[in-house]
Design a protein around this ligand. Sequence first.
Ligand SMILES: C[S@@+](CC[C@H](N)C(=O)[O-])C[C@H]1O[C@@H](n2cnc3c(N)ncnc32)[C@H](O)[C@@H]1O
Length: 268
Amino acid sequence: MSNSSSDNIRAREAWDMNARFWDERMADGNDFFISLIWPSVEKLLRPQPGENLLDIACGNGVTSRRLALAGGAVVAIDFSEEMIRAARARPGDGQIDYRVIDATDADALRALGPRTFDGALCNMALMDMSDIRPLMNGVASLLRPGGRFVFSTLHPCFNNPSNVQMGELEDREGVLVTTYSVKVSRYLTPYTQVGLAMHGQPVPHPYFHRPLGMLLQDMFDAGFALDALEERAFSPENSGGSTPFSWGGQFSEIPPVLVGRLSPRAIA
Ligand SMILES: C[S@@+](CC[C@H](N)C(=O)[O-])C[C@H]1O[C@@H](n2cnc3c(N)ncnc32)[C@H](O)[C@@H]1O
């Protein structure tokens, strides 16, 4: 059933309005994507030539193009028509079938065909979805036996929408020391709050915070086992982004991103 909750509609409208800006800024990958996310996604997913791959919430197709370049036949879906338009306007090498599909719509997902895909990816989008249970159940039915589902998401402990990034300057017996940290004041109870994925985006979009236990439980309830988990932080050498509080090497001990791999649990 299609999810017409006001949260979901608000999310789709925001992503439609942000699509052009997102496409210009993301293009074929920003530093966050290239340094932090893709190396881990590629390692865990290991896309192989000739595979059928599903890219969920594909945005402007930055991951779809890479999966196709690896030789996969890619079906790439997003609920934002504007994002899909932007993705189609960036042809890559290989085979990509872009479609407008809402990942909270279980029927639309199932219509992609049972046991069709060798692998699925949902890159940096679970925290943008009002309900992830239809997606988890849907992907479980879409994967072939032995298939895998890789996801990356904002780390719910250290990079949830109400976290505060802080810097403290200390005179340590004549030596000035700056320490960057993250203040966590809201974590265990899920909540929705608008925020910015990129500084300067036209409108804030809703984030749907779920604590780690709840995020994983939705995956386990759909019959998945977690067989890899990486917490990704920038290396200390990374110069960071446009402000001292943009994620970069000054936060090298604090991972803003979580990447995991799920596989269908064997039925006893
Ligand atoms: C942060 S962007 C990530 C895009 C892309 N995966 C990437 O890595 O650049 C989040 C994407 O999730 C999409 N999205 C959010 N909720 C969705 C849903 N329910 N169904 C499909 N796409 C959704 C948005 O339209 C947007 O393109």
